[in-house]
Ligand binder design. Structure first.
Ligand SMILES: [Zn+2]
Length: 396
């Protein structure tokens, strides 16, 4: 179903391109059925957010076995793009300047594996399977690249690491990602990239030579959609972000002039469009809000993973160790294992709205009254001076 929509789009828009043009084909074309707009700007604490990555290089021919420096360059690219350090920002049309957002998210190759052993965050697997990145098992449809038993490489804990698989593919897609909490997704969580779009290779003439395919796919992984939504047209679903203008369909190729559709100028050079790498260079504030909401809710364990640090005993998580107690008039949170003297405890709802907040008290004991919350899922965030812990809380 998803692939059919994609094929339709490619056929529609390929008609504007010459046969020599190589265009971006992203495999993440749908919008999850449970996706909603965020109505308020999340007020999460802006701390250093660092996401650990494990890269699975699953190679058949030598050229697919990308060297370490290509992979570390790729990490450098996303660190620039998610911190607004990328030099192309000067090309941004003036009317969009105020809309540009800074995710403030950093990435590392994981320094610790799920067993706590030192790691460089790169797993190399030689496979007998050609074009493994788009091959599935005939028996159950599982993606081969994501499973060791099928010739690929099984994921590390997908809650604690962003798993990225790199391999060759024959279907022309440059990349694809899973959305957080997608009810229709059965695949292992993470991103698949074609090996040819990885890293920074400005001296080559490939349109995908600056590593921005991964930037785009991480956008999806953090719950951001294509600017035109999942179907072309001005009145169909769009990307559920307020500050991106309505856009008729995807833009491919180069970005030599300003473009408009649906009665307004389009953000064709936004990372979530399909332009060539040299033409993609910003997220909007609304897109950033979606990312932060994701990181503090459905993907909150990534922030707590701590595997970007050198091997050392993980600090005890005072929130996980807190036995939340139901009282007749609310819930009690006793932070018994917390030694810090200065911290803030905050409760957010899933849209990122702050519901309740208390600063440190000497007893490390807190009560949230029934009158302050409804029956729902919340996120409790403990912000220390240089650390953050979060935990989902179900309140009946
Ligand atoms: Zn995409």
């Amino acid at each position: 179903m998803r692939r059919n929509i994609l094929t339709g789009l490619i056929l529609l828009f390929s008609s504007f391109l010459t046969s020599q043009d190589l265009i971006r084909h992203c495999g993440t074309t749908h919008i999850p059925t449970n996706a909603t707009e965020i109505n308020t700007t999340p007020s999460y604490p802006r701390l250093n957010i660092e996401i650990p990555i494990v890269i699975h290089v699953v190679w058949h021919s030598e050229e697919e076995n990308l060297p370490d420096n290509v992979l570390t360059d790729q990490i450098e690219v996303i660190n620039e793009d998610f911190n607004r350090l990328n030099p192309l920002t000067k090309h941004l049309p003036k009317s969009f300047h105020k809309k540009v957002g800074t995710p403030g998210i950093s990435f590392c190759l994981a320094k610790t594996d799920p067993q706590g052993n030192p790691s460089n965050g790169i797993i190399r697997t030689k496979t007998q399977q050609t074009d493994i990145a788009n091959q599935s098992s005939l028996s159950n449809g599982d993606r081969r690249i994501k499973e060791s038993e099928l010739g690929g490489s099984s994921p590390w804990d997908t809650e604690l690491y962003l798993n990225i698989w790199i391999g060759s593919r024959s279907d022309g897609l440059t990349g694809e990602a899973t959305f957080p909490n997608d009810p229709d997704e059965t695949e292992a969580d993470g991103i698949i990239l074609d090996f040819s779009v990885v890293g920074r290779r400005p001296d080559t003439d490939s349109p995908f030579n600056l590593g921005r395919t991964l930037t785009h796919e991480i956008g999806h992984y953090l719950n951001v959609f294509h600017l035109y939504g999942s179907e072309t047209g001005c009145f169909n679903d769009d990307d559920l972000v307020d500050d991106t203008p309505s856009q008729f369909g995807p833009y491919f190729g180069s970005c030599d002039e300003e473009v408009s559709s649906c009665g307004s100028k389009d953000m064709d050079t936004n990372f979530m469009n399909f332009r060539d790498d040299r033409c993609l260079f910003y997220f909007t504030k609304g897109q950033v809000d979606r990312m932060l909401q994701t990181l503090f809710t459905t993907r909150y364990a990534l922030i707590n993973s701590k595997t970007c640090s050198e091997l050392k005993p993980l600090p005890p998580d005072p929130l996980r160790l807190a036995p939340i107690v139901n009282l007749p008039n609310g819930i009690e949170i006793p932070l018994r294992t917390l030694n810090e003297e200065e911290y803030t405890l905050t409760l957010y709802d899933f849209s990122g709205r702050r519901i309740w907040r208390q600063d440190s008290n000497p007893e490390h004991r807190y009560v949230i009254l029934n009158s302050e919350v409804h029956s729902n899922i919340y996120v409790l965030v403990l912000a220390l001076k240089d650390q953050i812990f979060s935990r989902k809380v179900f309140i009946n």
